[in-house]
Design a protein around this ligand. Structure first.
Ligand SMILES: COc1nc(N)nc2c1ncn2[C@H]1C[C@H](O)[C@@H](COP(=O)(O)OP(=O)(O)OP(=O)(O)O)O1
Length: 170
């Protein structure tokens, strides 16, 4: 694939909601990652901040509103079959309002921390979920995939948390 000179990453959000011993995941019903369990999120739209996008996607996909969202990680995904890097901003919420409800895109389900279905999830998740679930660590990672789904290279480290991180897509 011929690469352009430079490309901005495409911005996404991903929200993990926990209740102290369980994490709320959704089984993706359509589109990218169909069939996988994942947190709730999607593309950041022009004019909205990443935090607003995270709240919007959580409400659209799971029917709940996060009482607070903490920015915990930035993940870059590189695909050999997609020209643009994806930058996914991971948020955590341990408190929410509403009742998790199935949407057109996601079927929500709670999982105990020791029963997370990594075999039915993106291959990067097994590496960074423990950092998010174990406490307040923040992290940055880069994951290289071939044929969309096969993880061939990874780099993940804990980094200082960027309190209140937020920015808007131009
Ligand atoms: C490649 O590895 C990935 N791992 C994980 N855990 N999550 C990923 C990976 N790649 C993408 N994601 C996340 C990022 C987003 O939360 C979703 C993809 O967003 P989607 O394509 O569903 O975006 P929407 O705006 O909701 O799409 P529609 O146009 O269908 O509304 O997956």
């Amino acid at each position: 694939m011929a690469l352009p000179d430079c490309l901005q990453p495409k911005l996404f959000t991903l929200v993990l909601v926990t209740d102290g011993r369980r994490v709320l995941l959704g089984k993706k019903k359509r589109g990218f990652g169909e069939g996988y369990f994942n947190g709730f999120g999607g593309k950041v739209e022009a004019g909205e901040t990443i935090r607003d996008a995270a709240s919007r996607e959580l409400l659209e996909e799971a029917g709940i509103a996060a009482d607070s969202l903490t920015h915990r990680g930035t993940l870059t995904f590189l695909f050999d079959d997609r020209p643009q890097p994806w930058e996914v901003h991971v948020f955590h919420s341990d408190s929410y309002t509403g009742m998790p409800t199935e949407s057109e895109e996601m079927a929500p389900q709670w999982f105990d921390y020791d029963s997370i279905p990594y075999q039915q999830m993106w291959a990067d998740d097994v590496f960074w979920y423990p950092l998010l679930l174990k406490g307040s660590a923040c992290f940055r990672g880069t994951f290289h995939f071939v044929n969309t789904h096969t993880l061939v290279k990874r780099d993940l480290s804990e980094v200082p948390c960027l309190d209140g991180v937020d920015y808007k897509l131009c």
